[in-house]
Design a binder for this molecule. Structure first.
Ligand code: F6R
Length: 600
């Protein structure tokens, strides 16, 4: 159980807990605030008895502070029933009132404890945990994955799923439930996808699934395409460092198998009628955080290649602003986890309005691809560090493939033009490797700057989302003020922030691209340098024009303008990772964050 929790801890690390059942024994449990290591220490000091079935949880707090009492599991039925929960029970206040009136005593401030007591009530009425869970699921509003064990059924774990992730792992003489396959990957790669609104009951040798109406259902089986080794640090100091180094392979793998023998793009997984794709008159990219910045980068390329207007919208804003979406709109949902609740809700809204949805997703067996019309998988492998790196690069790559495919289908580009861009893309993994190999100087500067209190990032064109991504990485990892600006916007206000010594990263576009773009950014560097900024410049090999205005230059190999983000973001990832490490922070699990944000 601890091993599984360790692999899932990246999803939330405010507290952790376990509950165990065994034949003829009372239920036993332990829980501790803080990271999993606190629970491990507690279990070493006070070991629990052997067990036949167990549930365990790592928490990202929503209702109630991250302390021992609010940690899961929550117990009911005199401590003989235990429940863990992901999501939010929105009607918990009403249900709590009802239970309080029944004389139930609550120990925590969580919404989850309501589910535990309701389950105990239904279990007492039915004598069966599966039926009790089904009845409770029908009463809960909001989002939930619930797992429960009861001392009376020591061979059984029951789960319920409503708009929150849950997958089944199929072992031999053992079965598993997890928020994602990482939980059981060390034991089996064979898995079952559950749908929304289903109840699953597992024993050591049986898995049965019913829907909320009680009807049996046949879940889809799949095999996970990575193994436990891919989810290990492999000698790196952190998962983030490892994942930065995984990037050449992540991009290369995302490009694999995408052309036929004539060199034409074939996106087999894009199962949307070609006539529909030809009639698309607008693309809306929906995503959050880093994935949204990947969407911003893609906008420049897709508009340029396909001449289709592309909007990029934060998923949580999209649904609430009554967006203009119809059958001619193609919505592209970008998400590493495939579980981000904001993005899932935006996907549903878009489809309700008649739009077709293509999702760009890294995690097989996750929810968003199942609810999309088509999916392009990125092949980045498991991303464990909370801060996204290799997923970002592979999302850009997959979005570019989509753009090129649309350009091919709609005749916006000649086949040889597409083949040329595809060849440029195929050259990127080696160039990304080169940027990583040159990372020593960035690390050195990051260590020198470990006590800096603010860093600004400037970029133009595709460099603009890269600047925002560089700032996000620094904020989330090092907890210092960081902001990304469009370089041209500086003079409209933010330049007032520049004072002597202010560090500013500037992402300089290729001098071989649109000429005015390069010279405008050089002017922007001069403007901030004149006001005392310390300029840290990311520029292409051979671009000597930057030298007079740069306090430091981080060189990247030459590449076409639109592909440059795959290179220019890498020094910024390394910078944030190294600076946070120098400040003594945990780069894999930054404070307050969770890897999969499965609440709205
Ligand atoms: C930042 C980061 C987040 C995620 C965002 C979306 O480093 O990881 O901003 O990009 O929460 O997550 P996914 O891609 O799983 O939808």
């Amino acid at each position: 159980m601890i091993d599984g929790l360790r692999r899932l801890e990246y999803r939330g690390y405010d507290s952790a807990g376990v509950a165990l059942v065994a034949p003829g024994a009372p239920l036993s449990s332990a829980k501790k605030a803080g990271k999993l290591v606190n629970l491990v220490t507690e279990l070493e000091e006070n070991p629990l008895p052997p067990a036949t079935a167990a549930i365990g949880h790592t928490r990202w707090a929503t209702h109630g502070a991250p302390n021992d009492l609010n940690a899961h599991p929550h117990l009911a039925d005199g401590g003989q029933l235990a429940v863990i929960h992901n999501g939010i029970v929105e009607n918990f206040a009403v249900l709590k009132k009802e239970l309080l009136a029944d004389g139930v005593t609550f120990l925590s401030e969580t919404d989850t404890e309501v589910a535990a007591h309701l389950l105990a009530k239904e279990h007492a009425a039915t004598g069966d945990l599966t039926e009790a869970m089904r009845r409770v699921a029908l009463r809960l509003e909001g989002t939930f994955t619930l797992l429960a064990v009861h001392a009376d059924q020591p061979d059984t774990v029951v789960g319920a799923r409503h708009d929150s992730p849950l997958v089944v792992g199929l072992g031999e003489g053992e079965n598993f439930l997890g928020s994602d396959v990482a939980a059981f990957i060390a034991y089996t790669r064979e898995a079952l996808e559950l749908d929304q609104d289903q109840i699953v009951t597992i024993t050591a040798d049986k898995v049965s699934v019913i829907d909320f109406a009680g009807e049996p259902v046949e879940p889809r089986r799949f095999t996970v395409d990575w193994d436990a080794e891919a989810a290990e640090k492999g000698g790196f100091a952190s998962f983030m460092d490892k994942e930065i180094h995984d990037q050449p392979q992540a991009v290369g793998d995302t490009l694999l198998g995408r052309t036929d023998i004539d060199g034409r793009l074939i996106l087999d997984d894009l199962r949307i009628d070609e006539a529909v794709l030809r009639s698309v008159d607008k693309i809306i990219v929906i995503a959050c955080g880093t994935a949204a910045y990947a969407g911003h980068v893609a906008k420049y390329a897709i508009e340029h290649w396909c001449r289709i207007p592309v909007e990029v919208e934060l998923a949580h804003e999209f649904r609430y602003r009554d967006p203009v979406v119809n059958e001619k709109t193609l919505v592209v949902a970008v998400t590493q986890s495939g579980e981000t609740m904001d993005t899932l809700m935006a996907v549903r809204h878009a489809r309700e309005q008649g739009a077709k949805v293509v999702s760009i997703v890294n995690t097989h067996g996750s929810t968003i691809p199942r609810e999309s019309d088509a999916v392009l998988y990125t092949h980045a492998g498991p991303e464990i560090a909370v801060a996204s790196t290799k997923a970002f690069l592979s999302q850009i790559t997959a979005a570019y493939l989509l753009g090129l495919y649309l350009a091919q289908l709609r005749g916006n580009k000649f086949p040889d033009e597409i083949a040329e861009i595809f060849d440029d893309l195929k050259a990127m993994p080696a160039k990304i490797q080169e940027v990583i190999d040159r990372g020593g100087r960035v690390r050195e500067i990051a260590r020198w700057m470990s006590d800096t209190s603010s860093v600004l990032f400037l970029g133009r064109h595709v460099g603009f989302p890269v600047a925002m991504e560089g700032a996000l990485k620094l904020k989330e990892l090092a907890y210092i003020h960081a902001e990304g600006f469009a370089a041209g916007e500086l003079k409209h206000g933010p330049i007032a922030l520049i004072e002597p010594g202010q560090p500013v990263f500037v992402i300089v576009p290729s001098p071989r691209g649109r000429d005015s773009l390069h010279s405008k950014v050089i002017s922007n560097i001069q403007e901030i340098r004149a006001r005392g900024a310390r300029t840290l410049v990311i520029a292409e090999d051979g671009d000597d024009a930057v030298l007079p205005f740069a306090d430091e230059v981080f060189w990247v190999p030459q590449s076409p303008t639109l592909l440059a983000p795959l290179l220019t973001v890498v020094p910024l990832q390394i910078f944030a990772c190294e600076l946070a490490t120098a400040r003594g922070l945990d780069v894999d699990q930054p404070r307050n964050l969770a890897k999969s944000v499965t609440v709205e």
